[in-house]
Unconditional design. Sequence first.
Length: 129
Amino acid sequence: MTKTKSLEKQIYREIWKAIKKHSDLWTSYYFNNFKGHLPKGYYREHFPKSFNDWDEKHSKLLKKQTMGEFHETIDNVISQLGFSKEEFIAFQSQLSQVPETGDFYIEKCTPLYIKLREMGYNHYPDLTR
């Protein structure tokens, strides 16, 4: 089994455990603040693109980037996966009006998250803090 497939299986096992343990709240438990890095997310709205004050727990990859470069990477991966930024913007817009559901996380966020992990970003703090 390749390292990529192994990581993907590990992530799906972690998600399944979160679903079993936290039921409807699994997305908050597992992905925590990941949505803040998505298009129209909190970190994009409230941190300068030049921010790069990472600590020792962040990945080597992230430490080489500014917040703006990190978000540009996320946008590029969204496109590579065949998704559109508009889908993620619509997702962010609906969060204030309806409770989070797992469908978007499974269909869009999980493949994005897996690809970012494969690239070398850490679950915490890079992606979910």
